[in-house]
Design a protein around this ligand. Structure first.
Ligand code: B12
Length: 210
């Protein structure tokens, strides 16, 4: 079994200790931080999602897997830290109201910060007016929204409508993401961009600001 597979399995088991141990071994062996995340940790969570859907895993196990994943990310994070780069711009980001998933959002933040963006993290379960207030306070170039539930995706549209109403829409680019979200959905609700992973998300923001 490859180390990546071992790492994914440790996430599936929700074994934080083991996840940390394997992650550290891989880092010591010179594996790329990004590969450890994408090909190890995320693969594990993807499998958890599949098993949950099929009724083979339940919420507590999903929570343990998420916790274990975080243990690995914590070790990788310092290695992703940006050097003294000029700021690429300010991004306000949050997981929309009703939604508590933040692993993907946090990876996007990590990647953006390591690429020189100044990121304001509004956290999870963020109501529409909090996004609006943050745009007024921080004057970002980009607003990012994350949703992992089909039931919370429509909040993204509500935020865009509210930005419109407050005459703030043209001042920012709106980018969205999260497993159920798609390019089509982004077009449908009038967002400026969609990205399926943290690397593409960061590239997209750079392009949108050019
Ligand atoms: C871990 C997890 C949880 C954890 C969350 C822990 C945490 N702190 O985040 C816990 C256990 C709390 C949880 C709870 C629930 N969950 Co859950 N969860 C998951 C799981 C297994 C993994 C999600 C994840 O972190 N993936 C890994 C990350 C890295 O991927 P990602 O989030 O997609 O992010 C990437 C991209 O999407 C993108 N991206 C993400 N955000 C953004 C933002 C921007 C701006 C951009 C550009 C890009 C971007 O970049 C990221 C990095 O690559 C998924 C299954 C899945 N495969 O998605 C189910 C899943 C999302 N959960 C689901 C459900 C049903 C629930 C619950 C309702 C279960 C329940 N009955 O209580 C609750 C809801 C709680 C709530 N109100 O939010 C369903 C949703 C079904 C649906 N269609 O809506 C899923 C799909 C499982 C399934 N297959 O059924 N969950």
């Amino acid at each position: 079994m490859s180390k990546y597979q071992e790492l994914a399995n440790a996430v599936i088991k929700g074994d934080t200790q083991q996840v940390k141990q394997i992650t550290q071994q891989m880092l010591d062996a010179g594996e790329q931080p990004l590969a450890i995340i994408n090909e190890g940790l995320i693969q594990g969570l993807n499998e958890v999602g599949i098993r949950f859907k099929e009724g083979e895993m339940f919420v507590p196990e999903m929570m343990m897997a998420a916790q274990a994943m975080k243990g690995g990310v914590e070790l990788v994070k310092p290695l992703m830290a940006g050097t003294d780069m000029p700021t690429a711009g300010t991004v306000v980001i949050g997981t929309v109201k009703g939604d508590l998933h933040d692993i993907g959002k946090n990876l996007v933040i990590m990647m953006m910060e390591s690429s020189g963006f100044n990121v304001v993290d509004l956290g999870v379960d963020v109501p529409v007016d909090k996004f609006i207030q943050a745009v007024k306070d921080h004057k970002p170039q980009v607003v990012g929204m994350s949703a992992l539930l089909t039931t919370t995706m429509p909040v993204m549209k509500e935020v865009i409508n509210a930005l419109d109403k407050e005459n703030l829409r043209s001042a920012v680019k709106v980018v969205i993401g999260g497993a159920p979200v798609s390019k089509e959905y982004a077009d449908e609700i009038g967002a400026d961009g969609y990205a399926g992973d943290a690397v593409v998300a960061t590239e997209m923001c750079k392009q949108l600001l050019n």
